[in-house]
Design a protein around this ligand. Structure first.
Ligand SMILES: Cc1cc2nc3c(=O)[nH]c(=O)nc-3n(C[C@H](O)[C@H](O)[C@H](O)COP(=O)(O)O)c2cc1C
Length: 218
C-alpha cells in the first residue's frame, strides 16, 4: 500500500453505528484482523489481553442490558469482540503468569528472567507507581487499546467497518461475563467492546482539529 491508500483507509474508518446484517466477514478476513491484535506491542511484551469473539445471539442479547452504546451494533455486527484486560493477579511483578510468560513464551534464559523481573518490579513499584489494582488494570488497558487500534486500522485497510465501544456499565457487564461467559473476573476486566462488519449507510466526512493544533515541534 502506498501512503495515499493508507490514508484513504484512515478516512474510511469511522465509528460505524449500524452494520448490514446480511453481510458476513469471511473467516480468513477475521483471522487477519485478530492476527493484528495478537502481534500488537505491549509493555515488556507481556500481552495483558484476551479477546472474546461473541457470535452467539443469546449472549449478545445479554450484553445489551448494560451497554447503552452497543445495542444496534450487537444486533447487526458480523463479528463482535470483547477486549478483556488482565488484572493484578496476572500482571503484578511477582505473579506466576509473568514468571511463566518469560520462561515459556519469551523463552528467556534464567539469568535474563531475573534481570527483566527486577526491572519490571521497579517499573511497577516506582517508575510508574502502579501500586494498586486499579492503576495496574488501567495501565494494562492502555496496552490493550493499541490492539484495538490495530484491529480497526487493519479492518479498514481491507474494507471492513468497525466501532469501538465504551458505552457500557463496566461492573454490571463484568457480572454478566462472570455468570454467562465463564470469565474469571478476578483475573480479567472488560476494557472495551468492538464491533466489525459492513456499513449500511455512508458516514459524514471526518471532522478533526488541524494538524498544527495537535502537534508542537520544538
Ligand atoms: C475508546 C472509545 C470508545 C467509544 N465508545 C463508543 C460507543 O460506546 N458507542 C459509539 O457509537 N461510538 C463510540 N466511540 C466512537 C467515537 O465516538 C468516534 O470514534 C469519534 O466520535 C470520532 O469519530 P470517527 O471514529 O467516526 O472518526 C468510541 C471511540 C473510542 C475511541
Amino acid at each position: 500500500m502506498n501512503k495515499e491508500e493508507i490514508l484513504k483507509a484512515f478516512h474510511f474508518r469511522h465509528a460505524c453505528k449500524e452494520f448490514d446484517s446480511n453481510k458476513k466477514i469471511s473467516n480468513a478476513d477475521f483471522a487477519f484482523i485478530l492476527e493484528t491484535a495478537r502481534l500488537s506491542p505491549s509493555s515488556f511484551g507481556f500481552e495483558p489481553w484476551h479477546f472474546i469473539v461473541v457470535q452467539d445471539t443469546n449472549l449478545r442479547e445479554l450484553l445489551k442490558e448494560n451497554a447503552w452504546g452497543a445495542p444496534k451494533k450487537l444486533d447487526t455486527a458480523s463479528h463482535f469482540v470483547l477486549g478483556l484486560t488482565m488484572r493484578a493477579p496476572l500482571t503484578k511483578w511477582d505473579s506466576d503468569y509473568i514468571k511463566n510468560f518469560m520462561k515459556d513464551v519469551q523463552e528467556l534464559p534464567d539469568e535474563v528472567i531475573q534481570g527483566k523481573g527486577k526491572f519490571y518490579e521497579e517499573f511497577q513499584k516506582s517508575d510508574f507507581d502502579l501500586n494498586d489494582d486499579r492503576k495496574l488494570f488501567d495501565w494494562a488497558s492502555k496496552q490493550n487499546y493499541i490492539a484495538l487500534g490495530n484491529m480497526m486500522t487493519a479492518a479498514a485497510m481491507i474494507g471492513i467497518d468497525s466501532c469501538p465501544i465504551e458505552g457500557f456499565k463496566q461492573k454490571e457487564t463484568e457480572t454478566i461475563l462472570r455468570n454467562h461467559f465463564d470469565i474469571d473476573t478476578e483475573k480479567y476486566g472488560l476494557s472495551y467492546m468492538v464491533a466489525f462488519g459492513y456499513r449500511i449507510v455512508e458516514p459524514r466526512s471526518k471532522t478533526r482539529r488541524a494538524l498544527d493544533e495537535v502537534v508542537t515541534w520544538k
